[in-house]
Design a protein around this ligand. Sequence first.
Ligand code: SIN
Ligand code: FE2
Length: 217
Amino acid sequence: MNSSLFEDGPPSLLPKDLLGPGTAVLAGFALAAEEDLLSALKRVTEQSPFRNMVTPGGFRMSVAMSNCGELGWVTDHTGYRYDHIDPRTSKPWPEMPMEFKDLASSAAKEAGFAEFKPDACLINRYEPGSKLSLHQDKDERDYTQPIVSVSLGLPATFLFGGLKRTDTLQRIQVVHGDVLVWGGPARLRYHGIAPLRDGTHPRLGPVRYNLTFRKAG
Ligand code: SIN
Ligand code: FE2
């Protein structure tokens, strides 16, 4: 065996620039912290439970959401915003667990964004059939900071477009433990999730969770 093969650590399973400049596909990056992440997720969503929010247009979202961190993303009939208070509990969102912060900043660093300190983590829960329409993440103040997105549970098809809604979509499969990062020239690229296929994840059941970290304030 040629040991020089491993001098830089094991090769990543997918090329970092698979989705273009400013992006990284970090396959399995969250697996080492799996247990800590899942128990932190349980703690957070016991305090601020999942709920299906309503869009400004009056539609109930098929993805159930919660948040942790200083700021949480909410939508209701008045529009989209970040808020310090969970409108369901009327209390501040749960603190962002250290395990979440560490994972998000190490993934960002791996993707070339040093010193990422998220203040918002949107937590999405998908059931088979749930989807997230194509959108840009643009309710944050600071577009110099990337988005870090962690997939847990059932696999999903992540749709990654361009800076215009009509740009061609790339479709990639994301599975339990995968982390995507997009920032810099990719920060405002459209993205979404195709309707989740039926299935049962051996650990988490018929559900996919996604943690999306941002610097919102
Ligand atoms: C999002 O864009 O907010 C979530 C994407 C995902 O669920 O992977
Ligand atoms: Fe998004």
